[in-house]
Design a protein around this ligand. Structure first.
Ligand code: ADP
Ligand code: MG
Ligand code: MG
Length: 199
């Protein structure tokens, strides 16, 4: 079973890995965006980490809805509302339980990803974070490590694609040949589940 502490560790591990990878995320957002993805997420997840230290919600759902709220209020770019929706929807789907099963979490994350697709209008293959998140949810039944590999492969598979959503889509054909920054950060988010499970 996964408790509130697990979800706090997930958010702190994500914040740490976004801190480490911020320059790379911003560099990926340079040829096909406006070179701010790393700094956007760094600002957001630092706020999440600070808020979780202050408030320490005692349910998994409480941790994720708080994190989602703070991403929405601190990240200006497209990714703020999208990641905020992902975590808030996932948190809402987890309800008030003090502990949730991995199966419950998989269903909840699926609801969160559906929320992102509804909000942003992207589907698989549009060269967005969805390309890492959808395979991750599909693989989550096989464990966190399987989800991490699926998300990383999904992110890498965005390279040849032409972007159909977000800023990168303005480039048309010229968006091909670059890995999507948001899919890359989604792979970091999913990889942080493994770190959280290790304690
Ligand atoms: P901005 O484009 O506003 O500067 P960021 O650079 O922080 O925002 O985030 C860009 C990332 O957001 C993209 O790489 C892509 O993965 C994701 N993204 C953009 N638009 C959408 C959308 N409509 N649906 C899903 N993801 C999107
Ligand atoms: Mg950007
Ligand atoms: Mg921007």
């Amino acid at each position: 079973m996964l408790d509130a502490d697990f979800f706090r560790r997930w958010m702190t591990a994500t914040a740490a890995s976004v801190d480490r990878e911020a320059d790379r995320l911003t560099a990926l957002d340079s040829p096909i965006g406006d070179a701010d993805h790393g700094s956007n997420l760094q600002r957001g997840f630092r706020a999440v980490r600070a808020e979780l230290e202050k408030e320490a919600p005692d349910t998994p759902g409480g941790v994720l809805t708080l994190a989602g709220r703070h991403l929405i209020s601190t990240v200006g770019g497209a990714s703020g509302p999208l990641y905020g929706t992902l975590l808030r929807r996932t948190g809402k789907a987890l309800g008030d339980d003090a502990e949730v099963s991995e199966e419950q979490f998989t269903q909840a994350l699926r609801a969160g990803v559906d929320g992102v697709m509804k909000l942003g209008g992207a589907s698989a293959g549009d060269k967005t974070m969805i390309d890492a998140l959808v395979p991750a949810v599909e693989a989550l039944g096989d464990g966190f490590a399987a989800a991490r590999s699926a998300a990383e492969e999904g992110a890498e598979a965005t390279t040849p694609l032409q972007a159909r959503k977000g800023r990168a889509s303005y480039l048309g054909e010229r968006s091909k040949g670059h890995q999507d920054p948001g899919a890359t950060s989604s792979a970091l988010l999913i990889a942080a589940l493994v770190a959280a499970a290790e304690g």
